[in-house]
Write a protein that binds this ligand. Structure first.
Ligand SMILES: [Zn+2]
Length: 527
């Protein structure tokens, strides 16, 4: 007997094939039958007439490592139709947390009133399993985290023994359940690593069949060399590569898109095992301190804050800013302080949603001083949004066949500690924004192609088996949405808004969103 029947919808199966009318019958956690006119006596039934029925979205690039433990309902993601998240991106993972990495991660956890109770990857994954989760989790291991464990956060190179220790930690993590290695070579301490160090760790990952996902070394003027480095790491380590949140940052670098497209086209033509993901916004977001020169970013967030607070160092930083503004612009990608919006600073909730320029105006202060003081007061934890991209380029990259949809966001909630930040809207709106704004309104993508970029494309790259497609035998991770109404409602001014037009989300055969309400079910698994 069927447990659940979804009747009368248009099935878009995730492969890119045209939609077709069919009912779906589910038994336990799998799709048992896809056919017209299924009758399921006794089964729970969902009327899908007028709705699209697609595989649950797989988000290849997320930062929910800690937030899923704070609130396993994963509201901001499940409401978008995301049923599987790949966590541990940009070089930062929830585990292992040894040595200096423990203090660094504890400071981050404290933002959410969370105390870490794990050290190893297996303890961390055990914590997620014990807590439960509304959606499935595919964990990656972060290179910055591993480097923090072994070398700390300074500008140093590993000895042979330290390189071997990092490689041992990678092997151990892969044995304990991570599915790949992520790097954040733009951020310290990953920035200090040479290519050979990363190749060594990626080669170990490859031996276990893992993927290499990278926030590359530069997305501004060094974009093309950074892409080339990612490709080189893939070739030398013989590993599948994912280039994270593909973009061209900085008004003075937008012309690089032509060369970038040539590179992507040739990668595709040669059959290279390289893919990309992208979020559909023309603004980026990260820690505010990432705008500082790299010499000022050593030692971890606490050290950065202390450095900025030191009067002599502060004067040196001001001098650097006055002399090297082009480099500062290149790190942030913006023309001036009016393009830097403050998104998180627990100690100054009054400045959230304002630009640095606006705060400077209100307080009759120099914007650089406002910037420094936010880093100090937040002990390096303040975050911001940079309006640094071009809408035409966003659309051009979205169309490229190598590019999947990924949020670069975390599973958050407007309620509780996860609702304290005025976050980038990508956390709440990425997937519905593609379906509403870029499929229905601007016709940048066909609906079937957009769904493929949200489902099977990522499932194949990350070797997530039997998900990302609607077919008999696959896991019953399913989204129902109204193609005529689906839309993101999260904005930069008012980001903590769930999307519209996604009434049902099913994970492993269990209904998690019903009539746009969370049922409280936590059927997600660590994959
Ligand atoms: Zn990143």
């Amino acid at each position: 007997m069927l447990d659940l029947v979804i009747k009368g919808g248009t099935v878009i199966d995730g492969t890119g094939a045209a939609g077709f009318r069919a009912d779906i019958g589910i038994v336990d956690d799998r799709i048992a039958v896809v056919a017209q006119g299924i009758d399921g006596p006794g089964a729970q039934e969902i009327d899908a007439s007028g709705l699209c029925v697609t595989p649950g979205f797989i988000d290849p690039h997320t930062h929910s490592d800690l937030t899923l433990i704070v609130d396993p309902c994963a509201q901001s993601k499940i409401r978008q139709g995301v049923t599987t998240e790949i966590v541990g991106n940009c070089g930062f993972s929830g585990a292992p947390v040894l040595g200096d990495a423990h203090a660094q991660m504890s400071a981050e956890a404290a933002q959410y009133d969370l105390t870490m109770s794990w050290a190893t990857v297996s303890e961390y994954l055990g914590k997620i399993r014990d807590t439960g989760a509304a959606l499935n989790v595919v964990p990656l291991l972060g290179h910055n985290t591993v480097r923090g464990c072994v070398l700390g956060y300074d500008d140093v190179q590993p000895t042979a023994a330290q390189q071997a220790e990092m490689e041992r930690l990678v092997a151990e993590a892969m044995e304990q359940g991570t599915r790949g290695l992520s790097t954040g070579l733009y951020y310290p301490p990953g920035y200090y690593a040479g290519t050979d160090e990363v190749v060594g760790l990626a080669a170990v990952t490859a031996r276990y069949g893992g993927i290499y996902a990278s926030h590359i070394r530069g997305e501004c003027d060094t974009l093309l060399t950074a892409v080339a480095e990612a490709v080189e790491i893939g070739e030398r380590a013989d590993i599948v590569v994912e280039i994270a949140h593909l973009k061209v940052e900085g008004f003075s670098n937008w012309h690089l898109v032509e060369d970038l497209l040539r590179v992507l086209d040739s990668l595709q033509a040669s059959g290279a095992r390289v893919g990309c993901d992208q979020y559909p916004y023309r603004a980026s977001s990260t820690w505010l301190a990432a705008m500082l020169p790299y010499w000022a970013q050593t030692g971890g967030s606490e050290s950065i804050a202390q450095r900025v607070a030191d009067p002599v160092m502060r004067a040196t930083l001001r001098e650097d800013w006055e002399q090297n503004q082009i480099e500062w612009q290149n790190r942030g990608g913006v023309r001036d302080w009016s393009e830097v919006l403050i998104s998180a600073c627990e100690e100054r909730p009054d400045v959230l949603g304002k630009t640095i320029a606006e705060v400077a105006d209100l307080e009759h202060r120099d914007p650089l001083d406002v910037f420094f003081d936010l880093i100090i007061i937040s002990r390096g934890q303040a975050s911001a949004v940079w309006f640094d991209q071009n809408e035409d380029i966003v659309q051009t990259l979205m169309r490229h066949p190598l590019v999947a949809v990924g949020s670069d966001g975390a599973a958050l909630s407007p309620e509780g500690p996860l609702g304290r930040q005025r976050v980038h809207p990508r956390n709440y709106g990425t997937f519905p924004r593609v379906l509403g704004r870029y499929v229905r309104e601007k016709r940048v993508l066909a609906l079937e192609e957009a769904v493929r970029k949200m489902t099977s494309m990522t499932a194949e790259r990350y070797s997530v088996e039997d998900r990302g497609v609607v077919r008999e035998g696959a896991y019953a991770d399913i989204v129902l949405f109204n193609a005529g109404a689906v839309a993101d409602r999260s904005t930069f001014a008012d980001p903590l808004q769930y999307p519209a037009g996604i009434p049902y989300v099913i994970v492993n055969g269990q209904v998690v969103v019903e009539q746009e309400r969370h049922t409280g079910a936590l059927p997600g698994r660590v994959l």
